[in-house]
Design a protein. Sequence first.
Length: 94
Amino acid sequence: MAVITQYVVVRDGVEKMTFTSKKEADAYDKMLDIADSLIPFIGNADCGLDEATTEKLAFYFATNKDDLTSLLKGAAPAKPVAQPKKAAKKADAE
């Protein structure tokens, strides 16, 4: 019989994600904390975003916090991702 250690991230009684390392679980939990903090911050912008969009945006910012931090410090943005070939051909045709 094998013994498997799992680390489960639980929020408000709901299991969010399961990891095999404590480090990954802690990082995910911290990212969720950041997203939870960003939701009211984004909501205060009064941009007319619905709750679901606000949550998605907060999750995106939290997931990409390193890039966002660099941008907020005034660093140049990373190179834009190249367009897929189909989209590039369509853009050239227009």
